[in-house]
Design a protein around this ligand. Structure first.
Ligand code: NZQ
Ligand code: ZN
Length: 386
């Protein structure tokens, strides 16, 4: 097992009717900015519930945070907090709203010239953040219990991530019934995003990290088991509860402690979103199978373990078992309605030069757990995904 430090300070409040807990979770005199997205939380009553729970506190609202939140929009939230002298941020929404709130929190404490450098340094220059919490409405990213945010700068079509010890939410409220109004497409996206968060930390090389492997395998099997039902039965509370907690555990640091991380699927996927606006999870469904085939030798040990323990494939040569496991993975994504080929998005060969150039511009030139995914390897992965 590799050396590690593990610290996760986020309090999770899980279950039905938990939004009322906000009153106890926020300081009584907090001056609060509630941040939300395009209006789903207004339509489904979540925002009204949040307002009621905040009681007599000073509250301002900032709506309009986009899926793939933009720097341009978030800087307007920063200005509002300063103007109104607010001191606590509350994200109400999915990963985009929570990520956006993390950026606002960090930008408010930032003393340098240009807050965009928070993204360029991937958070290394963050020295503090305004306290914030979240009310999660979409299980997918794990943002509710991790310190990471992914922010897009529209001007340059750059989608970059940052993380900092200062940007863990203080608390996150996870009420699975708040996910009932999600469109099926977003639920399916969430299942696949969580699935790939797990494979990024599990399908690397063996380091004899037994409990991390078994946690990862348990989370993957849970997603395979509940994914289709979570999409088909929006108001099945227990299925949604399992999905919410699985997605949180997939990226809260637990299964990644003491093991190598890959993350190349995500980095290549971010370029596809920045360039073509394809939903985050949909980029992963396209890149992961091609990446696993390209990296089959480096990942051989874990791919065989994945085939056996997750998909119960025990017959055939090693190569046949690995190929069968990748095919099962593709079939799972497709069964949820996520295509596994770039051509489904009308993206063809002509796009590849530009995508590889973007990876180079963003310093993504030695990706993966072995740092062997050079721009040339990324090119082969993209070509194979067409
Ligand atoms: O904007 P509104 O109107 O709220 O609608 C949203 C949005 O259109 C809707 N939605 C959310 N909750 C709903 C709902 N609609 C009905 N009922 C509800 N209860 O869903 C749409 C998508 O929301 P979004 O927040 O964009 O989705 P998701 O949670 O998948 O977040 C995606 C973002 O997270 C980043 C992605 O790159 C992307 O920008 N990621 C963040 C990570 C992290 N912080 O650790 C890791 C991930 O790998 C990922 O990169
Ligand atoms: Zn993701």
């Amino acid at each position: 097992m590799l050396n590690f430090e593990f610290h996760n300070p986020t309090r999770i409040v899980f279950g039905r009717d938990t939004i009322a807990r906000l009153d106890a979770l926020l300081p009584p005199a907090a001056r609060v900015l509630v941040l939300y997205g395009g209006g789903s939380v207004r339509q489904n009553g979540t925002l009204a519930e949040v307002r009621a729970a905040l009681g007599g506190r000073e509250v301002r609202e900032f709506g309009g945070i986009e899926p793939n939140p933009t720097y341009e929009t978030l800087m307007r939230a920063v200005a509002l907090v300063r103007q109104e002298r607010l001191d606590f941020l509350l994200a109400v929404g999915g990963g985009s709203v929570i990520d956006g709130t993390k950026f606002v929190a960090a930008a408010l404490s930032f003393t340098g010239e240009d807050p965009w450098t928070i993204l360029e340094t991937h958070g290394a220059n963050v020295t503090g953040a305004m306290p914030f919490g979240s009310v999660l409405t979409l299980p997918a990213t794990g943002s509710e219990m991790n310190p990471t945010a992914v922010i897009t700068r529209t001007e340059t079509a750059a989608k970059l991530a940052f993380r900092s010890p200062y940007t863990f939410p203080q608390f996150s409220i996870l009420d699975p019934s708040k996910t009932f109004t999600l469109p099926a497409r977003q639920v399916a996206n969430g299942v696949v995003d969580a699935f790939v968060h797990i494979t990024e930390q599990y399908l690397t090389f063996p380091v004899d990290a037994r409990v991390q492997d078994r946690f990862a395998e348990g989370l993957l099997q849970t997603l395979i088991e509940i994914g289709p039902r979570a999409v088909a039965q929006p108001e099945d509370y227990d299925t949604r509860a399992n999905l919410v907690w699985t997605a949180t555990l997939a990226l809260n640091g637990l299964i990644g402690a003491g093991v190598p991380g890959d993350w190349a699927t995500h980095m290549i996927g971010h370029e596809l979103t920045a360039r073509f606006g394809i939903d985050h999870a949909r980029t992963l469904a396209v890149v992961l199978p091609a990446l696993l085939r390209e990296r089959r030798e480096a990942k051989r040990g874990k791919l065989l373990q994945y085939a056996e323990r997750v998909w119960h494939i025990t017959e055939g040569t090693e190569d046949a078992r690995i190929e069968a496991a990748i095919r099962r993975t593709e079939a799972f994504f497709e069964s949820l309605g996520l295509p596994t080929r770039l051509s489904s998005y009308a993206v063809g060969t002509e796009a590849i030069d530009g995508l590889v150039a973007q990876l180079e511009t963003h310093g993504m030139t030695a990706l993966g757990e072995q740092k062997e995914i050079t721009p040339e390897v990324s090119r082969r992965i993209l070509e194979a995904s067409l």
